[in-house]
Design a protein. Sequence first.
Length: 473
Amino acid sequence: MAVVVASVLAAGALAPAASARPAPLSPSSSSYERAVPPLTDNRGRVLTLRGWNVEDKANRGEDALTAITERHFRDLSANGFNFARLLVFWDDLEPRRGQYSARYLHRIERILDWARKHRVHVLIDAHQDVFGPAFGHRGIPEWATRTDGLPFTPNPDDWFSEYFQPAVQRAFTHLYEDPDLQRAQAAMWQVLATRFRDHPAVIGYDLINEPMGELRPGEEPATAARRIEAEHLTPLYNRLARAVRAKDRSTWIFVEPTPIVGEGVPTGLGRIHDSRTVYAPHFYNTAMEAGADYDPDAGWIEAYEAAVTAYPARHGMPVVVGEWGPLNNSLPHMGRFYREALASLNRYSSGWAGYVWCYGGGYCAVDGRGRFRTNKEETATPYAPAVAGAVRSQTYDAGTRTYRLAYRAAARPGVTELSLPPSSRGWRVSVTGPARVLEKGARGGWLAVLAWPGSEVAVTVREAGPYGRTDHP
């Protein structure tokens, strides 16, 4: 064991985000037809991503991305998070057709460097809201927006309803169907993949945020969503995956269904012919987005979980929820919502990114002083960012602040990483089985467990009493 400890520490027990590159997935088996497979890194470790979206929607052009600072990633890491979904906009990257902004690419790289420094994996998200700037939002450039002269009426009191304006819907149809726009979107992704394929912070590419499409006359939204996913999004994702793979062979590719999945509607997506694909639905409820409190008796979380797990289980794809979290997080039932939502997410997903890590009100995770806003502290719990072996079980009891992980260590030596959020009381860590706890610095409470290959290991992390201490047997 001493020799193994020394060799692993020499190699870097808690490697930076560089270790996020995926290992090849094995072919789908009968077990994958019943369960969602985990996300893995290039050492075969089972990954858990927990974090927040990071964005700058206020600035564009020369000032694009300037609202994002190193503080975002320092604070994420300090609170135990290891994941950020970074919003980037095609209209900033390619403001004129064929002319890509060197300044914008440099600023993305600077953000990725901060993420690496603070041990945060980054998902690069090609974001769009209501298609793009042609409709007063961000995303698809104006030069790539075709409406056939159909009308658009802004609705600032309900911006999401603008997706159903005829001009916006027709713009999506042209994006999906016009060969020159297909080539332009693929070329945009090749620019990003070529520039960032070797950056150690990058874990994946989210090909398009919350894609929508054009409803046919008299068509119900759920029926339209499944048709759009089958006829437009499946070819789109396969087309963009091929474009990315021409430049980057290993980084995970994230694909989203239409937003209606948040209402518990199963997706109509078909197979994505890439073995390194992650299913990345969003977790929003229409009533709560409109300001309503969580209704524990509505069965929404159960319906959502059933809807989002069938597709990835069938196709052998890990799940990472790309956005979630209500606007009015201090309503009477929101504490229960966070507890039940997190329990659900932890049952089937390899991680999630809350919306959004910013300093203020609204959706912001923390206030101007960096303190969690009401109920959002529930997202900061102990977990295992990387497990070197097969996970048998992992649970978290919010009442006793106790996290338990059981796993069978891999056949070759590897380090299991633990993340402990800040606690004034400290944490007690105990391990059963032939394993040792290694402390590799105190940043964000990161610990490591080294187990004998092939052994059965159980780790318990419990918040100590008022005068407790962090205990490493």
